[in-house]
Design a protein around this ligand. Structure first.
Ligand code: GAP
Length: 512
């Protein structure tokens, strides 16, 4: 399936199976704002829990908080967001459409990347078994040329953005002959910066109301609480503070479904360390976070690191964990060495000391910070798009399966009576009542069992359990596995352990 088709399928499947809906759909929706439906809310919660378990509860030296979305407006002056949290925008004078200038250039590079993939596929066919992809990529003249072109374009873009040389970003767009996807013309305005924070007001009267921002990242809620948490938790460096929560950005390039939203959720952790140790911790968290991703079994080949050329105003090193979405490799998570920038800024703007007294070294210092920051919605899209497959069956038919990692699946088991009579529904409902203490389970009695299996496959449910007439005799049921479609006869009393063995967080996180 072409990538574009696959992505369209992901979006329609998410709607059809109650995962994600366009926000306020009855009023024609709100661009780049989405609602999570009955299955989506469960999947999202399971991802959040999986992260929280790994990052907070499995670490003795990391604690979790839940800071407010509204913060004192000076927070954003101190953090640099008022002055520097902006995107370079460019308008096409014919279509009147607005674009992120850097994204136009990156999309151009993606097209070259697609050419590389095409060459690789052709060679794969030609050489068959003996094909060595890495060797081909590093030696084939055409591919090397394409890669060099991408590298030099991205390098120039990074350097121009770093130097705030917006005229050069425009020059690059012109040199590459990038046209407006709508008008097809190259009639561009100059590139300008545009602040991404949403403003709002606090207070009833217009004269006294205070201007506020909706937080564009959760991290600042952690920085301003740093000393309170450290003191009340009696935490010793190195230690971390984590939180999950909503963030808001007035994104201009609002497309790609839940990849880039205006209201989204982040899962962030700030790790407070001794100055000078940041390189070591940067490597540590790169490795630890990649292991977390790989523990979900979504394919090592679907991840890569991308080190930043252009560093954010607060960072001395940064990398992205990129994932292969249906539209190509894109940022899923950021790992940033933020130095002491934020704490120092908050000290300066608040006039309060935000230092740590190190009893071992008998000295006070402003800690350095290592941050891991992942978008929950982006992780949702990674998991969901990776899971959706169409399988050819032996009888020539196809089945649509959502092969979600069982630990994240919204519904862990669906319980069916073979027929809606003869006392079978009563037994099936009794199993539901027993299992729902431990797992989210569903009951279904409509349609043939075959159809119910297909529905649950498409819904991502790892197990289906069928109660039939034999159950009434010997207390056994048929359990069917979503991925293998294998069926086994098991005792009702063993169901809990069988399901637990596959959906338990421990079973998955132990792989880290
Ligand atoms: N505190 C650091 C920070 O916010 P970021 O790279 O701007 O860094 C971190 O964002 C993560 O948040 C990204 O890797 C991405 O997963 C997610 N994210 C950022 N903007 C987003 C958006 N508009 N929609 C969905 N997720 C977003």
């Amino acid at each position: 399936m072409a990538n574009e088709d696959q992505f369209k399928k992901v979006i329609s499947h998410a709607k059809e199976y109650g995962y994600v809906f366009q926000s306020s759909e009855i009023y024609d929706g709100l661009s780049a704002v989405y609602d999570y439906a009955q299955n989506g809310a469960e999947l999202k919660k399971n991802i959040r829990d999986y992260w929280w378990k790994a990052m907070v509860q499995m670490h003795d030296n990391i604690v979790g908080i839940d800071a407010a979305i509204f913060m004192h407006p000076t927070t954003w002056k101190a953090s640099g967001h008022v002055d520097a949290f902006s995107d370079p925008l460019i308008d096409n004078k014919d279509s009147k459409k607005r674009y992120r200038a850097d994204v136009l250039v990156e999309d151009y590079c993606l097209k070259i990347e697609a050419k590389i993939e095409k060459e690789v596929k052709k060679a794969e066919k030609r050489f068959g078994e003996s094909f060595n992809k890495e060797e081909f990529i590093s030696t084939n003249g055409r591919v090397v040329g394409y890669q060099e072109k991408i590298d030099s374009i991205l390098k120039r873009l990074g350097q121009s953005l770093e130097k705030e040389d917006l005229a050069d970003v425009k020059a690059l767009i012109e040199e590459l002959e990038i046209a407006c996807p709508v008008a097809g013309s190259r009639n561009w305005t100059d590139v300008k910066q545009f602040n991404l924070m949403f403003g709002t007001k606090l207070g009833a009267s217009t004269e006294t109301a205070m201007d506020l921002y909706l937080r564009p990242e959760t991290a600042q809620g952690i920085f301003v609480n740093f000393l309170n948490v450290q003191k009340t938790g009696r935490l010793k460096i190195p230690f971390g503070i984590a939180q999950t929560g909503k963030a808001f950005r007035n994104e201009i390039v609002a497309r790609q479904f839940i990849f880039r939203m205006r209201e989204f959720e982040q899962m962030e952790m700030q790790f407070f360390i001794k100055p000078g140790t940041q390189k070591k911790w940067f490597e540590h968290w790169k490795e630890t976070r990649m292991k977390w991703h790989l523990s979900l079994g979504m394919g090592e080949e679907n991840y890569r690191f991308h080190d930043h050329e252009k560093l954010a105003h607060y960072a001395d090193a940064a990398t992205d964990i990129e994932f292969k979405f249906p539209f190509g490799f894109k940022e899923l998570e950021g790992i940033h060495s933020r130095t002491d920038f934020d704490l120092k800024q908050h000290e300066e703007f608040s006039g309060k000391k935000l230092q740590y007294f190190d009893h071992e070294d008998n000295e006070s210092y402003t800690p350095y910070v290592l941050e891991t920051s992942i978008g929950l919605d982006r992780m949702f899209l990674a998991v969901f798009s990776n899971a959706l497959v169409e399988e050819e069956l032996e009888d020539g038919k196809t089945r649509t399966v959502l092969k979600l990692p069982a630990v994240l699946a919204p519904v862990k088991a669906a319980i069916f009576p073979l027929l809606a009579k003869d006392g079978l529904p009563e037994v099936a409902k009794k199993i539901v009542e027993d299992l729902k203490w431990d797992f989210n389970v569903a009951y279904e009695e409509k349609d043939t069992v075959g159809r119910r299996y297909r529905r649950q496959d498409a819904n991502g449910t790892p197990f289906c359990i069928t109660v039939d007439h034999d159950t009434l005799e010997d207390n056994t049921v048929t359990i069917r596995h979503r991925d293998t479609m294998d069926q086994k006869r098991v005792k009702i009393e063993d169901l809990k352990e069988i399901i637990k063995a596959e959906v338990d967080v421990k079973h998955w996180l132990m792989k880290m």
